[in-house]
Design a binder for this molecule. Sequence first.
Ligand code: N01
Length: 557
Amino acid sequence: MHTTDPRVETYDVVVIGAGYSGLAMLHHLREIGLSTLVVDAADGVGGTWWANRYPGVRTDSEYDSYAFSFSTAVREEWVWTERYPRGEEIRAYLEFVADRLDLRRDIRLSTRVERAEHSDSTNLWTLTLADGSRLRSTYLVSATGLLSRPVLPAVPGLETFAGPAHHSARWPHEGVDLTDKRVGMIGVGASGIQMLPELAAQAAHVTVFQRTPNYVVESTSPPVTPEELASLRENYDAVFERAARHPFGVPMDFPAHSALEVDDDERRQVFESKWQAGGFHFAMECFTDLMTSPEASAYASEFIRGKIREVVADPRTAEALCPTTYTFMGKRPPTGHGYYDAFNRENVELVDVLASPITEVTPRGVVVDGVEHELDVLVLATGFDAMTGALTAIDVVGREGITLRERWERDGLLTYLGIGVHGFPNFFMSVGPQTPLSNLPVPVQRGAQWLQRALSFARENGVDQLEPTREAEDWWRAETERAGHATVMYAEGRKAGAWFVGGNVPGKREEMAVYLGGGHVYQDLCAEVEAEAYAGLRPDAGLPSAHVPAGETPQVA
Ligand code: N01
């Protein structure tokens, strides 16, 4: 801690958030001798995994890549038990990381940041906490999560519901007794899809209110064998590196062929084999172009609709579950654990609210098409103000007294590599907006290590401020838009109201909030910035020469 002002605690770095990002940041920034404090509004570490306690919560990524690789002690001692670890296991993993790396002494829980303001005269950030006290730091790091600010459905009367009503990410930690209860679930994204089989197993009756159906790839979660764990420990660096060289941060094979260059039989065989592999294997390993070719995406969509019709016994329910208004990858593909099969249970009912939206929530239930569905418990699996929501909920005030929220409302989403924002000196984001859509521990770890080297550079070279230039931001926005438009995810995502284009929050500007050019490409770009002495983050340094081929201006497609 500095001693510039004895009345206000002053650190080299304050990090907001104690999930994967905050823990990695603390470990790596402490390694270079920076006094670092992590604050989190929650009363435990884990971030997303502290907050999300809904029935059935687990990772959609597999255990081997949903972890850090930087600590030999952690990777040797931690024991994974399931292919897709449950929320409780991930939370325990993060608590283990915090204990094993002795992080807790620099983490302050139950501490909510309401405002952070930069002063050019002192070159310090001043943070105001909910209790009115203040902190100061040279560097401010947000590790607030990209899917952490819940969105409630814009339905009249929601607050009048007489029974318990819980958003998936605000599920009570002590659980909810659903025995003999009539449960209504609004939302069929990754959260609702994980939840349904478990709700149905406990409740008397579950009514699923579905607006846009999803393409769910089913999977199983067998125990991790001692041999698998031993093999992972032996090959940890190679597994992590393989994930880091994959566009989506998973250690998976690259497909060899386009879906358009094989015949119907072969296409079906490939789809079937990767359907059997389950989860993200289907999206990542079938063909080179499921994400870039509308025809290839349409083939995958038809294959999954076929699976839905095979599994779901009632033809009307099956048809209602089949997405038709957008194609595969128009939403981030969720992993199911008996999702479609749950609709074969007598106590599960699907109510299609696409054509006839929910008109009202009453004290007794949910009204659709003039029919009141009576409920005891309401589950709101209605998603998040993704990528920017947690950042704009805090008043982060940069130069000229402008907040991040005002800046992005005025100018559109602008960041440099999702790491920093012009006008906000010495402010850095872990997996901020416009970073790759990815299995997150990979970019989280890489990002913390990149920032460690950037701040070492700044200290060693007397650079007082790192701050993206306007030119760098404009370049990254154009590149993010270009990369997004080169996929089917932009056009289909807009049709589907996907969170990665901001389509799920009424009134939010629709723009690419993630980078779809590939995690590996992104890592290379970050390396170029580093190789060129943090060009792009220093006034007058221009852009790294490798960013823009000579004579070319990046175009928004
Ligand atoms: O949220 P979502 P999520 N009436 O935005 C519906 C990550 N994640 O929490 O599509 C009716 O996907 C909405 O309908 P529509 C993962 O990246 C990861 O499920 O807008 N419905 C949609 O069905 C994921 O992609 C994991 O028509 C309404 C649903 O609510 C991201 O988080 C687990 C409505 C929201 O789906 C978000 O997933 C869980 C209304 N008025 C999540 N308003 C793991 O890997 C909203 N909806 C562990």
